[in-house]
Every structure is written in structure tokens, then in C-alpha cells.
Design a protein around this ligand. Structure first.
Ligand code: SAM
Length: 247
């Protein structure tokens, strides 16, 4: 990492050289994430999305999304809706893949937006969700939510996505981006890798960086969230309940 490179040196437009190097590295990493996930989507999207099985029928894949929503969302409506009617809520799924969970979210919430870095995944999700008029799938740049324009959300969710990102900076930047788009008090429920003994390497697109509770809390606070609850500290699936601060 270029943490000692060019600190304090500024170019003509005022960006520090170390920041420029970080930005360039992020762009190169985003390109690699896109290539790798496009390749996975082409070879067997459903297997890479939910690796419990190699072959999934449409019905099984749909049922697995419904099971995820039943487990992660329908059991948690007090935190997620905070008194709102889910049909009046606009929600985001970050890293929506082929629309496995997005479809099931569309059966619960009024308007659902999914975003993913992989064009192939996006194409599969759009095809699968063509009959779901309240679900919108966006192709993102892998680093930001800019593709969403200025849409704001009442709830955001992400599962099995940050597990695959080997850069703390990219994950933290996404978390901050979600915070800016959530209504005050709203929840971003997501999971990260919690097994801190796990080693990944820079540029890996399968094994993501692990978070301790302290790292997760600091990331949440910096982004403007309160990390109110967490489950699975030290485990592969470390779930975080981050509530947007502010009135
Ligand atoms: C294991 S799949 C999970 C998909 C979906 N969340 C689900 O559970 O059905 C991981 C997804 O994250 C997406 N992804 C990986 N890195 C990403 C990034 N930097 N930005 C957005 N999406 C990303 C991949 O393209 C892939 O669709």
C-alpha cells in the first residue's frame, strides 16, 4: 500500500499524490472485480452466489431468496420499518447478483433497487425480474452508488458481498455512500467477514478482508452510523445493524 508514497505532494488540481495513487489502485481493483464476477456469472452465476449447490432450478433459486428474506428481513421488521408500512418504503440491495434476494424483497417492499458491479449478473437479474415492476436493477462501478443518481432509501441491505472485497477502503467508502442515501434513523443491515485470522491478499476478489468488532464500529461511526447490534463476531458471517445518525 502506498502509505509512505508522496505524502503531502499535491498535483495541479489539488489532490494529494497518495490520494491519486489510492484512487488509481481502486479503479484497477474495480476493473478486476468486474472481470472476475462477470466470469463467475457466465460460468455458473447461481453457484457463485449461493455455493451450497452446483445446479439450481429456477424454483430452488427463488425459494432460497425467499428463505433469506424470511430469515434476515421478516424476523426484523421492527428495526427495518420502524413503524412504516413496508409497501411505502424504498429499499436498496447492494450487490444484488442475479436477483435472488431482490425478487423476494420486491414481494415485501414498495420499491426495491438492486445494484451490482457485474454486467452479467445485472443482465441475469433484469431478465429474472422483468415481471416485477417495483424492482429496479442498476449496474454500478464497483466503488460507489453513483449509478443510483440521487435516490434515497428507507432501508439498505447487503449479504455475501463485502465478504468478497479485499479492501477496507472500498468497503468503508460503500458504507459511507449508503449512509448518505439513508433517511435519518434508517437501518443498513449487512454482513462482513468476521473471522479475523483469515488472510486475504490485495486484489483478491473472492476472499474479503475480515473485521473485528472494533474495526466494524469505527467504520460505522466514521460513516455516520451507530452500530447498535451485531451478531457473529469472530465468525464467517458477521452481521451488523447500522442505524443512520441524525434527525
Ligand atoms: C456471492 S454473490 C451474492 C449476491 C446476492 N447478494 C445474493 O445473496 O443473492 C456476490 C455479489 O456481489 C457482487 N459484487 C462483488 N463485488 C462488488 C462490488 N465492489 N460492488 C458491487 N457488487 C459487487 C458480485 O457481482 C456478486 O453478484
Amino acid at each position: 500500500m502506498p502509505d509512505k508514497v508522496g505524502i503531502g505532494v499535491r498535483d495541479d488540481v489539488g489532490m494529494g499524490r497518495d490520494a491519486m495513487i489510492m484512487a488509481q489502485m481502486s479503479l484497477e481493483y474495480a476493473e478486476k472485480m468486474r472481470r472476475d464476477w462477470d466470469e463467475r456469472a457466465r460460468s455458473n452465476a447461481r453457484h457463485y452466489i449461493a455455493d451450497g449447490k452446483t445446479e439450481w432450478s429456477d424454483a430452488e433459486f427463488r425459494a432460497s431468496g425467499e428463505a433469506t428474506v424470511a430469515e434476515d428481513i421478516l424476523t426484523d421488521m421492527v428495526n427495518i420499518c420502524q413503524g412504516k408500512n413496508p409497501r411505502d418504503m424504498r429499499v436498496l440491495e447492494l450487490g444484488c447478483g442475479a436477483g435472488r434476494v431482490t425478487r423476494a424483497m420486491g414481494q415485501v417492499f414498495g420499491e426495491v433497487h438492486g445494484i451490482d458491479i457485474s454486467k452479467e449478473m445485472v443482465a441475469q437479474a433484469r431478465a429474472a425480474l422483468a415481471q416485477s415492476p417495483n424492482v429496479f436493477i442498476h449496474h454500478g462501478d464497483g466503488l460507489t452508488l453513483n449509478a443510483l443518481g440521487d435516490i434515497r432509501f428507507d432501508f439498505a441491505y447487503s449479504c455475501c458481498v463485502f465478504h468478497h472485497i479485499s479492501s477496507y477502503e472500498v468497503i468503508a467508502s460503500y458504507v459511507a455512500d449508503v449512509a448518505r442515501r439513508l433517511e435519518p434513523g434508517a437501518l443498513f443491515k449487512f454482513e462482513v467477514q468476521g473471522c479475523t485470522s483469515l488472510k486475504t491478499t490485495v486484489g483478491d476478489t473472492w476472499l474479503g478482508v475480515p473485521f473485528s468488532e472494533q474495526q466494524a464500529r469505527e467504520m460505522a461511526e466514521r460513516a455516520g452510523f451507530e452500530l447498535r447490534y451485531h451478531v457473529g463476531e469472530g465468525e464467517e458471517r458477521f452481521w451488523l445493524w447500522c442505524f443512520r445518525r441524525g434527525e
